[in-house]
Design a protein around this ligand. Structure first.
Ligand code: PLP
Length: 453
């Protein structure tokens, strides 16, 4: 495996903001009650001021604070690797590269935004941050960040995962966070759900409502979101900026960039610096592929519409591809890909044809993850294996036509906390799941009346 390594000095000094480069202005966020365009001050009780400014910033380049770069250096720049053993196994003329984010302390790309979010909160005197987590990757990243800045962290963890994935919970406790199974009795949003269904397995949308309600109820507390919003995507562009520089070292450039999509942050973080080259006309031919699970098919089957980021409708209306804020995804193992919506910037580019989307079944995804482990060694997160599946499809298509093709995929995290899922797959117990059209239509019928895009 050939690796392309940058020195600490080459760690990017700025994040890339795609907002000013979009082919058309992003539709405004709307106020959840009035449906009027959201004003920055509407978010003041929820997010720190510096983060709100970034959310709406028209600046293309935004400085990464030195204190944040200092912490990034614990594991960044992350390696860009060439999967040449996999290429050989596939007998393809294509070159497959992956950008490996599993080297962070929390094991995924999520600390790239958890660190700056907690940093800005600490700088503004916030004592506690609340958040949602599904499988636990975001909760653990934020807990890690909280421990470094001495900010308390409260995590609402989707109940199904809280019960099935105790080790991510242990990780959060080790970093000093408090963790509650969601829906919980601690919030009105949680109590309302439990009144209807005492056995509710929870969802990311419900957990977000609980974390938001908790933050709004306490002056010294703010909320931190793990994906989708512009500031999260902005922080994640450190991935793609490094990768673009690493491709210079390799003397190469990707023909196709692939990432898995939960809320769209690792995909966008990897893709947007390359997308900038396409939008500027410098690299007009680069393709972008977003890989999602058939169990939560936001890009391939969702509606492009305004929707809430949370189940109770407390957060701002976001213009995005959504399967509906009340959608309860099946308990597939790629827990990080079960969010009902996606990053608005990514959805806007998808809508204009700049991003292709594909949905994969979990057994084909695990088959690739196992093949990858046996040729490249790393046991990767089921989420990341969706991107890998997309990369292998591209490599096999290149083999068919005998063409050269340079493929880059985002390896968003390691799979060391997902071994129960690997066990199920290896025992032949994993089942595919495609949501029935009727369930999808039921969830979409509850979209807010703010309209389709
Ligand atoms: C959370 C997570 C994802 C999905 O989230 P995005 O915001 O779409 O990036 C993907 N991979 C891993 C390893 C994750 O932890």
């Amino acid at each position: 495996m050939k690796k392309f390594i940058l020195t600490e000095d080459e760690l990017p000094r700025q994040w890339y903001n795609i907002l000013p480069d979009l082919p058309a202005p992003l539709p405004p966020y709307l106020h959840p009650v009035t449906y009027e365009p959201l004003r920055p001050e509407d978010l003041a009780a929820l997010l720190p001021q510096a983060v709100i400014e970034q959310e709406f910033s028209p600046e293309r380049w935004i400085d990464i604070p030195e204190q944040v770069r200092d912490i990034y250096r614990m594991w960044r720049p992350s390696p860009l690797c060439r999967a040449d053993r996999l290429e050989k196994a596939l007998d393809t003329p294509a070159k497959i590269y992956f950008k490996f984010e599993g080297v962070s302390p929390a094991g995924s790309h999520k600390p790239n935004t958890a660190i700056p979010q907690v940093y800005y909160n600490a700088r503004e005197g916030v004592r506690r941050v609340t958040t949602e987590t599904g499988a636990g990757q975001w909760g653990s990243a934020l807990s890690f960040a909280g421990s470094l800045f001495d900010v308390a962290v409260t995590v609402y963890m989707v109940r199904a995962s809280y019960e099935q994935k105790p080790y991510r919970r242990s990780l959060m406790h080790t970093w000093g966070a408090e963790v509650f199974a969601s829906p919980s009795e601690r919030t009105q949003a949680g109590r309302d759900i439990l009144a209807k269904d005492a056995e509710s397995p929870g969802s990311l949308g419900i957990a977000i409502s609980e974390a938001v309600e908790d933050a709004l109820a306490h002056d010294d507390t703010r909320f931190a979101l793990g994906s989708a919003m512009n500031h999260v995507v902005l922080h994640q562009t450190v991935i793609g900026l490094e990768a673009r520089r690493q491709f210079e070292l390799a003397g190469d450039y990707p023909d196709v960039v692939i990432g898995c999509v939960g809320g769209g942050s690792n995909f966008s973080g990897l893709a947007f610096p390359f997308m900038a080259d396409r939008l500027s006309g410098e690299r007009p031919g680069t393709r972008f592929v977003a890989a999602e699970p058939t169990a939560c098919p936001t890009l391939t089957r969702g509606a492009y519409a305004y929707d809430y980021p949370d189940a109770a409708g407390l957060g701002p209306l976001l213009p995005m591809r959504t399967v509906g804020h009340g959608f309860m995804p099946a308990p597939i193992h790629a827990g990080g890909l079960r969010f009902h919506g996606d990053a608005p910037t990514m959805c806007a580019l998808h809508d204009k044809g700049y991003i292709e989307a594909r949905a994969y079944e979990q057994t084909e995804v695990f088959a690739e993850a196992v093949r990858f482990a046996r040729h490249e060694g790393f046991v990767i997160a089921p989420e990341s294996a969706h991107a890998l599946r997309g990369a292998v499809q591209e490599a096999l298509a290149a083999k068919e036509t005998g063409e050269e093709r340079t493929i880059l995929f985002g390896l968003s995290g390691h799979g060391h906390f997902d071994l129960a899922a690997y066990d199920s797959y290896l025992a032949g117990k994993l089942e595919d799941y495609t949501i029935p059209q009727s369930q999808l239509e039921a969830a979409l019928s509850e979209l807010p009346k703010a309209g389709r895009l």
